[in-house]
Ligand binder design. Structure first.
Ligand code: C2E
Ligand code: MG
Ligand code: MG
Length: 558
């Protein structure tokens, strides 16, 4: 590997770097020249005048002539002294300058080079990339910025060791460098992130594709470490810059970064070219994240309620609480969009707790026979304190656990099933009901369904709303109802959108239903107004919330 691949196109970057170093040394070089000039002047004087004085001095010493002229001999001695002084000073200064150059080079290396991998660092590549792009533009070449990120590097660090992580980084850098052309830049720009910048013929984008594919392949081979092997893969994002594309080269790295995240999202161990839509998507995503953070702080998430009705009697059995967010900057955002993001940024627990507290407060004034169902994210089920937190909320709100139902989706069945099971059991021991939401859309097997002690199953709305149009939907609904009957689990049908669907569902057995036919999710005020009309609101003032100890568990077999 040549020095160039760590970062230097031959005739621009290195030359400029040298000239930058030379600039800082100009003053000292001037001192060199002064010292050398003194010595040279003295030599010239010696040649001009000293010659005759010296001849006279030699003649006088040999006894063949008169003593030298006093003035001339003084000049001669001065001359010799100056030559010796000038020469010594010149030697000293040269040594000093060499030493300083060495120290400066060392400092530059520390400032520009990543000590672990020997690649350029983030600061250095930010400077070098401008020069490379300008150089490429003069040659009529395009430039590709490629951002690489090792997949699941954190796991290597956490599970193996930091030494293993370091070994992986060093080897990844070595393989990248070995596969890159000599005039490409390579930098380590983050923990496990590498950036490379390479010039190419604008008509030959395919060559970059092949180069990056080869690099992804090379780095993804196992790395030997302490007699074993570390497995890894790498994702890459590529952005291109063409000769007339403007000056903003930093945006180039940023775009490569966006493309790299896209490659990760697509399933890792692959490469992806930047497209403008990705930038828009990313901007929207970060606006959402920002909005969610602000929304939690400002209490912008509010509970809406959709009624659940006994299909036979037509009576309201309870309500499902559905989160609503009317963002001041983004407008109304669906829970299907903000819930997964809140899960990713670790805020779903906080949002859910705010909503549940509000819902318990609202539902306290409803007729006590009405249940309240709340959706719980699988992320919350991984919190070992979740059951305690929920029970504390029930106690604080003076709300009977038997009126609360939590809805979990099949995705909670993946991961630590033991933890989920003990959590569900402990909630049930307190009297809380647990139902399996959106049944039929996930991957849960029947044995998993048996492993977790659910109280109810909710058939997903996509089957129910199409029952009259799709024989498959009908078959699936019938099977789920048979399964529920066999396991002794009551069934709730979501997605009852109209009377025709309702009539068909009624034929299938005693069910609870929910859907637009009965009503859309409504605000707390609208729900309260409707319940008041139906005489389903408690009379008198709303019961006070109470502070009490968590009730003793109701024994129940899981
Ligand atoms: P879900 O729990 O299955 O909730 C039912 C969804 O179906 C709701 O959508 C509801 O508005 C919609 N829906 C109700 N009736 C009908 C109908 O007749 N036809 C059709 N096509 N749809 C109907 P929404 O409110 O947009 O919520 C979507 C999902 O977001 C929920 O699905 C739930 O999984 C999640 N979600 C909502 N609120 C929360 C929350 O507070 N926490 C968590 N973790 N997830 C929530
Ligand atoms: Mg639900
Ligand atoms: Mg559902």
């Amino acid at each position: 590997m040549s020095a160039g691949a760590t970062g230097t196109p031959p005739d621009s970057v290195e030359q400029q770097r040298v000239s930058r170093g030379a600039d800082t040394q100009l003053d000292r070089t001037r001192s060199d020249i002064v010292a050398l000039a003194v010595a040279m002047a003295a030599i010239l004087m010696f040649v001009g005048n000293g010659g005759s004085a010296l001849t006279q001095a030699i003649k006088a010493m040999a006894g063949t002539g008169l003593g030298p002229d006093r003035l001339l001999s003084s000049a001669l001695y001065l001359n010799i002294a100056l030559i010796i002084f000038g020469w010594r000073r010149y030697r000293e200064l040269t040594g000093e300058v060499t030493e300083r150059r060495r120290a400066e080079e060392h400092a530059r290396q520390l400032a520009e080079v990543d000590p672990l991998t020997g690649c350029l660092n983030r600061r250095a590549i930010a400077e070098e990339i401008n020069r490379l792009v300008a150089h490429a533009a003069r040659q009529g070449e395009a430039v590709a910025a490629v951002m690489f990120d090792l997949d699941k590097f954190k796991q290597v660090n956490d599970v193996s060791s930091h030494a293993a992580g370091d070994a992986l980084l060093v080897e990844a850098a070595r393989r990248l460098r070995a596969g890159l052309p000599d005039d490409a830049l390579l930098a380590r720009v983050g923990g496990d992130e590498f950036a490379c910048v390479v010039a190419f013929d604008p008509l030959q984008e395919e060559r970059i594709n092949r180069l990056v594919a080869q690099l992804v392949d090379d780095v993804s081979k196992p790395v030997a470490f302490k007699g074993g092997e570390i497995e890894t893969t790498i994702s890459a994002g590529i952005a291109r810059h063409d000769p007339g594309d403007g000056e903003d080269t930093q945006a180039l790295l940023h775009r490569a970064d966006i493309a790299m995240y896209h490659a990760k999202k697509q399933g890792r161990n692959q490469q992806c070219w930047f497209e403008l839509s990705m930038e828009t998507e990313l901007r929207f995503r970060s606006e959402l994240e920002e909005g969610i953070r602000r929304g939690v702080a400002n209490g912008e998430f509010v509970p809406f309620y959709q009624k659940q009705v006994d299909l036979e009697s037509g009576e309201i059995a309870g309500y499902e609480m559905l989160a609503r967010w009317n963002s001041p900057t983004l407008g109304a955002v669906s829970p299907e969009i903000f819930v997964p993001i809140a899960e990713e940024i670790g805020l779903i627990g906080q949002i859910s707790e705010q909503l549940i507290a509000q819902a318990l407060d609202d539902a306290r004034s409803w007729n006590p026979k009405l249940t309240l169902a709340v959706n719980i994210s699988p992320v919350q089920l991984r919190d070992p304190w979740f059951a305690q937190k929920l029970l504390k909320k029930l106690v604080e709100a003076n709300f009977p656990p038997s009126r609360l139902e939590i809805e979990v989706t099949e995705s909670c069945l993946h991961g630590n099933i033991g933890l989920v099971r003990s959590l569900i059991t402990s909630l049930q021991n307190q009297g809380v009901t647990v139902s399996l939401d959106d049944f039929g859309t996930g991957y849960s097997s029947l044995s998993q369904l048996r492993a977790l002690p659910f109280d109810r199953i909710k058939i997903d709305r996509s089957f129910v709303s199409t029952i009259n149009d799709s024989p498959e939907s009908l078959t699936i609904i019938q099977s789920i109802i048979n399964l529920g009957t066999g396991l002794g689990l009551p069934i709730v049908a979501e997605g009852i959108e109209n009377e025709v669907v309702l009539a068909r569902m009624r034929e299938l057995g005693p069910l609870t239903g929910q859907g637009y036919f009965y009503g859309y999710p409504e605000s707390a005020e609208s729900t309260e107004a409707e319940l008041a009309q139906l005489n389903l609101l408690l009379e008198g003032p709303k019961p006070e919330p109470a502070r009490a100890d968590i009730p003793a568990p109701i024994a129940r077999t899981a």
